[in-house]
Write a protein that binds this ligand. Structure first.
Ligand code: E4P
Length: 225
């Protein structure tokens, strides 16, 4: 399962990329508008930070297929590299997905809340589908189960579309999604830190340090080789 960062905050992207194994960055209009900056500069800066090879998913704001395609082509030209246009699942979005794929543009079909939406997106040729876990949990649906069934349906029909699960608020949701065989998750920067946090890890490190220092004092391994 790959990890992507769900933010457009440049300092967070730099920090998370420095420490964690990151496959790319996802944004949406809400995430971009939170930065209150120049859209073109934000997406170009993200590309510069992550490099050409990591995935960059940027969402369309258009609603008609021909306009979505136009935005996809322009964003691809602007950011280059490993790029995916995020398109919400609508009739026009499905039409746009087929058009984008014909032009060789990667597509992530987003705002997925049901298994039938995901299958339809896959049949239209989407490279990724993005089901929204926490938003499903918030309406007393079961986000993890929806992902689980999407993964199963794709296996049954030997569909190559990947599941990029989105909208997470806690480690438990990410862990349960990882058990479904989903291909990727996109999570906010704070969740990266929470994913690896455990107090016993720090107790263990403190014990190792104390035991070592009793014998070798402040000397490190390199001092003794
Ligand atoms: C990413 O693709 C989604 O747009 C995002 O994860 C939605 O997250 P939210 O439900 O926290 O807004």
């Amino acid at each position: 399962m790959l990890y992507l960062i769900d933010t457009a905050k440049l300092e967070d992207i730099r920090r998370v990329c420095e420490y964690y194994p990151v496959a790319g960055v996802t944004t949406n209009p809400t995430i971009i508008s939170r930065e209150k900056g120049d859209f073109k500069k934000i997406i170009c800066d993200i590309r510069e930070i992550i490099g050409e090879n990591k995935q960059l998913h940027v969402q369309t704001t258009a609603t008609e297929a021909k306009d979505i395609l136009r935005e996809a082509e322009m964003i691809r030209q602007t950011v280059g590299g490993n790029f995916f246009i995020k398109i919400p699942i609508t009739k026009e979005g499905l039409k746009a997905t087929e058009m984008c794929k014909k032009m060789g543009i990667g597509v992530t079909m987003t705002a997925i809340f049901t298994q039938p939406q995901a299958l339809m997106a896959a049949r239209a040729g989407a490279d990724f589908v993005a089901p929204y876990i926490n938003r499903l949990d918030n309406i007393v649906s079961d986000g993890v189960n929806v992902v689980n069934e999407i993964v199963d349906i794709f296996k049954v029909y030997d569909i190559k579309t990947q599941v990029l699960a989105a909208s997470f608020k806690n480690v438990e949701q990410v862990h349960k999604v990882s058990m479904t065989g989903a291909h990727a998750v996109t999570i906010n920067p704070d969740l990266f830190d929470m994913m690896i946090y455990h107090p016993l890890t720090y107790y263990a490190i403190d014990d190792f340090t104390a035991d070592w220092q009793q014998v070798y004092g402040e000397k490190g391994v390199c001092d003794l080789l």
